[in-house]
Design a protein around this ligand. Structure first.
Ligand SMILES: [Fe+2]
Length: 180
């Protein structure tokens, strides 16, 4: 996984949006916003992903395919929806099996976008309450495991003044040492 600051240049969200030269983001910065990641080769991944899942209490999983073929007519609309800035009341955990894409997460307290370019073998955990968004890249294909503890509550709460005071958002800010 490569992490770098998003350039904020208007245009196709599927482009890399990398500054020239690139502005890399360190592991320490990702730690400071509670984003976790592991690199586990896809070949023979199961025992290693199982071990992380066991340690973190992820009892369940399913597989998601995002591609033009898989989604058909609603593809463009879905892609736009995933790219709306939002948060969840649970962690968002993904292990990439095939394809690639971009998760954008907000750095705190700067509110800058950090782009996480994910590829097969990347396991990422976005904490509950972090503002983020997702897009495919120009290859238009990703296949990922979604891991979760019990019943998944993948309701997106789009960024707003109301969401800013959601207890999970407030809890997240406290956890990363921002806000009261
Ligand atoms: Fe999300």
């Amino acid at each position: 996984m490569r992490a770098y600051y998003y350039d904020n240049v208007p245009g196709d969200q599927r482009l890399p949006h990398d500054y020239v030269p690139t502005r890399p983001v360190s592991k320490e910065t990702l730690d400071s916003i509670n984003v976790k990641f592991w690199s586990i080769p896809v070949e023979g991944y199961e025992p290693k992903v199982d071990a992380v899942a066991k340690e973190r209490g992820y009892k369940n999983r399913d597989t998601i395919n995002v591609s033009k073929e898989g989604l058909g007519d609603v593809y463009e609309q879905k892609i736009k929806g995933f790219f709306e800035e939002h948060m969840h009341e649970d962690e968002e955990i993904r292990y990439i099996l095939d394809g690639s894409g971009f998760f954008d997460v907000r750095e705190m307290p700067t509110d800058a976008w950090i782009r996480l370019a994910v590829e097969p073998g990347d396991l990422i955990v976005l904490p509950a309450g972090i503002y983020h968004r997702f897009t495919l890249d120009e290859k238009n294909n990703i296949k990922a495991l979604r891991l979760f503890q019990d019943e998944p509550k993948w309701v997106p709460h789009n960024r707003s003044q109301d969401t800013d005071i959601n207890p999970h958002r407030v809890g997240y800010l406290k956890a990363v040492g921002v806000g009261a």
